[in-house]
Design a protein around this ligand. Structure first.
Ligand code: FES
Length: 107
């Protein structure tokens, strides 16, 4: 099992369980995490699943997908180096302990 922690702008943390193959966005929706709306259902067409990956996890979440950066440019919150669309983070056992911050504008 993979544990992922979502961190709200006010510092509230929620740790939930995920399965390999889930996207971080699906896990957030399944657990009613505030701030992840995922309007487009994961087809990289909305940016309402924007998260900031915790610094110490950046090298383990892989590179952005083709087109992901363009969509992040349209996100409500500022795009940073740590920005990802959570629908494009596919989880494996190596992500156990992953920490994702919800941008303030979505919280
Ligand atoms: Fe729409 Fe991720 S759910 S871009």
């Amino acid at each position: 099992m993979i544990n992922i922690t979502f961190i709200q702008p006010d510092g509230r943390e929620t740790t939930v369980e995920a399965k390999p193959g889930d996207s971080a966005m699906q896990v957030a929706l399944n657990n009613n995490i505030d701030g992840i709306i995922a309007e487009c259902g994961g087809s990289m067409a909305c940016a309402t699943c924007h998260v900031y990956v915790a610094d110490d996890w950046l090298d383990r979440t892989g590179d952005r997908m083709d087109g992901e950066e363009d969509m992040l440019d349209c996100a409500m919150a500022e795009m940073k180096d740590s920005s990802r669309l959570s629908c494009q983070i596919k989880l494996t056992e190596a992500h156990d302990g992953l920490r994702l911050h919800i941008p303030e504008e979505q919280g």
